[in-house]
Design a protein around this ligand. Structure first.
Ligand code: AHG
Ligand code: MN
Ligand code: MN
Ligand code: MN
Length: 337
């Protein structure tokens, strides 16, 4: 820090990766190049979202994706940006995207990674200018693999890295390579992600719950009881939790990383019998980040998200994640603690 508190020794994402190579499990030059390509995709998507309304990019594209979501124009464009960036990097062999029915295996030579992505998370919020993001999980190809579905139908424990970008008032990037979580903020003048949250630790508890309570009538009784308990309905003296729900997992989780609390999307008997959030590119990467920041992530039954294995690329799961003590409280409620 020099005069007038002006920081002159900034840690950019590339500098951070170089400085920490020895602590990164999957540290190879190729992994660094892959992360470099990822940060370019985040910047490109970020800039596109910021000007969307001015260049006729709001509204629906007119198709649904394989999990039944109506695609927005920006879902399609974000997907294209992501695919082209990963393909162009030469470091990715297999790609799964929320917006693609099947996995993509790039034909070009090289590439030792499989990347799964939600190009735009929270896209129902896009046209209102509310924060959205991009979520990514990364696996190394299985030994000897030249790229197949087996490279992604694996336990969450096999991820080597996960990250998300959140396009809010600023653009934020949260990254784990299995050695804690670090947060970066995009300096739009420099065009660089700058380290702003070193070794982020989730507050161990916080009286905030984040859930789409409009679905209450479709929940199991146990879930209804639990949310009522958080609201203090079974005890006149209890202080009720605060409710916060943005409807973009990335934004709800970004708040949870910084303030603490609980985020959940349980299964319901109507719209989402297996939960709504997709394992490979929503539940897994967020669970990895949350655990690496000292929190927990489980499904409705209390099973650890990271221990699950998808059988299809777009498989969904119920999810409860956030501060350790808040998830433990839910586990206690269902008799798993
Ligand atoms: P996506 O925009 O990638 O399809 O994800 C939407 C997800 C997630 O961002 C959010 O937490 C959840 O859907 C919101 O669902 P509801 O509108 O049913 O609450
Ligand atoms: Mn969608
Ligand atoms: Mn999503
Ligand atoms: Mn999406």
């Amino acid at each position: 820090m020099s005069e007038a508190n002006f920081e002159t020794d900034l840690i950019t994402l590339p500098r951070f990766l170089l400085d920490n190579l020895k602590d990164i499990k999957c540290a190879t030059g190729e992994f660094t190049l892959l992360l470099n390509a990822l940060q370019f995709a985040f910047k490109f998507i970020s800039q596109t979202i910021r000007k969307a309304e001015l260049i006729n990019l709001v509204g629906l594209a007119g198709h649904a994706n394989s999990t039944g979501d109506e695609q927005k124009k920006l879902d399609v464009l974000g997907d294209e940006i992501f695919i082209n960036t990963m393909k162009g990097s030469g470091n990715v062999k297999v790609l799964v995207s929320e917006e693609q029915d099947d996995l993509i295996v790039f034909k070009s030579e090289g590439g030792n990674y499989a990347v799964c992505c939600d190009p735009i998370d929270g896209s129902s919020n896009l046209d209102a200018g509310v924060s959205v993001g991009t979520i990514v999980s990364i696996f190394r190809l299985l030994p000897g693999s030249t790229g197949s579905i087996k490279d992604v139908l694996r336990s969450g424990n096999e991820m080597v890295a996960a990250c998300y970008a959140m396009y809010g008032a600023s653009t934020h990037l949260m990254l784990t390579t299995g050695n804690g979580v670090n947060g970066f903020t995009l300096d739009t003048n420099l065009g660089e992600f700058i380290l702003t949250q070193k070794n982020l630790v989730l507050p161990p508890s916080r009286e905030i719950y984040s859930i789409n309570e409009g679905n209450t009538k479709y929940w199991d009784d146990s879930i209804k009881q639990y949310i009522n308990k958080l609201k203090g309905e079974d005890d006149v003296n209890a202080k009720p939790y605060s409710a916060r729900y943005i409807g973009s997992m990335v934004a709800d989780m970004h708040r949870t990383f910084l303030y603490g609390g609980l985020f959940a999307y349980p299964a319901d008997s109507y719209k989402s019998p297996n939960g709504k959030l997709r394992l490979l590119y929503e539940a897994f990467p967020m669970a990895f980040l949350v655990e690496q920041a000292g929190g927990k992530a489980v499904n409705d039954k209390g099973e650890r998200i990271m221990d699950l294995t998808p059988t299809h690329i777009h498989d969904k799961s119920s999810i409860w994640l956030g501060s350790k003590e808040e998830v433990d409280k839910y586990l206690k409620h269902i008799g798993k603690k």
